[in-house]
Design a protein. Sequence first.
Length: 391
Amino acid sequence: MGHDALYIVLVLGLFVVPKALQRFRLPGAITSLLLGIIASLAGLFPDDAVVSLLGTFGIVALFLIAGMEVRFGELHRNAGVLVQHLAIQAAVLSLVSWLFSAAFGVDWRVAALVGLALLTPSAGFILDSLGSFGLSEQGRFWVKSKAIAAEMLALLTLFVVMQSSSVGQFVLASLALVLLLLVVPALFRLFAQRIVPFAPRSEFAFLIMLAVVCAYATKHLEVYYLVGAFLVGLAAQRFREILPALSSERMLHAVEAFASVFTPFYFFNAGLMFRAADFGPMALLAGAGFILLFVPLRVGLVAFHRRISLKENLWQGLQVGVPLLPTLVFTLVLAQILRERFDAPGWLVGGLGIYTVVNTLVPGLLLHTPPPEYEAPHLAEPSSPTAGKNP
């Protein structure tokens, strides 16, 4: 079969097969990932630049949406509890990283990345699933706030870990990141004042272009595409009032449509990194160990913290803890970094893959809800200026 025909089959497969399997409660993201693993085992698409590029657009879209979902007013409203949650997250991450480093004799950076892969909830997946979990408005608020706060902490930790090989590199990378933080808002302001009046309906193209450029910039800073796309999403959220088109229904649907096209390619491309040797007995043992240890630990910590800080009962705590389980995107990204940058053993990469597939399926099974259509992420409609004033 020629390359053109193979790509056509791939497109049909990624847009048809996941939909067909959703009746069996299998999320489309997991199906696309499994299709990528099958293709890798069959020797298809090895080091394919086209699939890689399409997958890059997918991961950029995911973290652009995650950034656009941040509402700093909501985070500030319950900052005390969120800070406690992040402190617990940081303490557990430090402990897990230290234990992993001591047990396997690996570099502390590898151990830290493994800890992040095991503990960091994937905000994009979780936010897209909120409507199907049957939570109260208060429960949805806490799940959303904790997922976003944890992901922001994880992105900061990822930057520190990846730039810690030398003091000079850390300083230069930090300066570059600060420069990016200053340049992106300036570009939004310049675009609003100088370009929009003469080029109407160009907001979507500008947003996507800037997200891709910034994602590649942070990729060269060795923190993958995540940070750059996320920062652009944050800036877009901040400038929604200055650029009304960024909050229009047309813009929201355009970003969602862009993500729905390219997200399946990201998960398929992520599946291509796995090899047959990654799923040997050691990987199965590691995956089972990760599941048995970290799934109940993460849920229990959330429930216990909410019992102490908010006086909630066990069921209320579990309703927040269980939806925070999925780590799909972050685990896949970190597994790829571990393999490419640190030559991680196959059993570790495979074990992380097994762990993230299972923890992604758990909330839907325990809460008896249909799986989210992760290949069609949805942005919340922007609230009115007076909405944030309600307690």
